[in-house]
Write a protein that binds this ligand. Structure first.
Ligand code: FNR
Length: 186
């Protein structure tokens, strides 16, 4: 039986480095797991006036998260934290589906990665994100995490990510996460 990993990218930008990193992770995972990128660009701003019944986009992303064996975050660092779009998504996912159905993040295995042209490697964002998802009782794989600084050194002249020195660390994290979620192939 195959396991499913859902990648949540914290950037909506078309050529996002973090999106490219997620695609690279999908390539690295290969046939060891199903790997999908969550499209949540149509999720509205959290507003309790529209919370119940859940807007269609929210119901869709909840369903995907619920049926995933693991969530792998790939996020930029915005002002030393995670982007607002990611917080908005997590705020929606943090809410109970109904009186009888709890929120979908509880107990869900999570891995955290990020890439930035800056020097922090997204480490500060990762600490904030881990605090948030731990509050929501996600089961966080704290080691290894992947922080990639100075992204321009691993990008070609057209802005395409060409992982060189970080490639072995991505493989290491992929392998560790497969084990963490109990993938049969790990
Ligand atoms: C940034 N960026 C940034 N980088 C960083 O290393 N630390 C930071 O605190 C910030 N802060 C920040 C705030 C805002 C509002 C923006 C738009 C950008 C730069 C950021 O890392 C860079 O634009 C990345 O390329 C964004 O990730 P994606 O979209 O390429 O995945």
């Amino acid at each position: 039986m195959s396991v499913m990993i859902t990648a949540v990218v914290g950037s909506l930008r078309q050529d996002s480095l973090n999106r490219q990193l997620a695609l690279e992770a999908r390539r690295v995972i290969g046939d060891r797991a199903d790997f999908v990128l969550l499209d949540y660009s149509d999720v509205p701003f959290m507003n309790q006036d529209i919370e119940y019944p859940a807007p269609e986009a929210v119901a869709r992303v909840r369903g995907i998260v619920k049926s995933s064996d693991g969530i792998w975050f790939f996020s930029p660092e915005y002002n030393h934290s995670y982007p607002g779009v990611l917080k908005n998504l997590i705020d929606w996912l943090s809410r109970p589906i109904s009186d009888s159905e709890p929120q979908v993040l509880r107990g869900k295995p999570a891995a955290v990665s990020g890439i930035t042209p800056g020097m922090s490697g997204t480490g500060i964002m990762q600490d904030h994100l881990v605090t948030l998802i731990s509050l929501l009782n996600m089961k966080v794989m704290n080691q290894p995490r992947l922080t990639i600084p100075n992204a321009t050194e691993q990008v070609d002249s057209e802005g395409r990510l060409t992982l060189t020195e970080s490639a072995p660390f991505l493989e290491k994290q992929a392998q560790a996460f497969l084990r963490f979620i109990g993938a049969p192939s790990a």
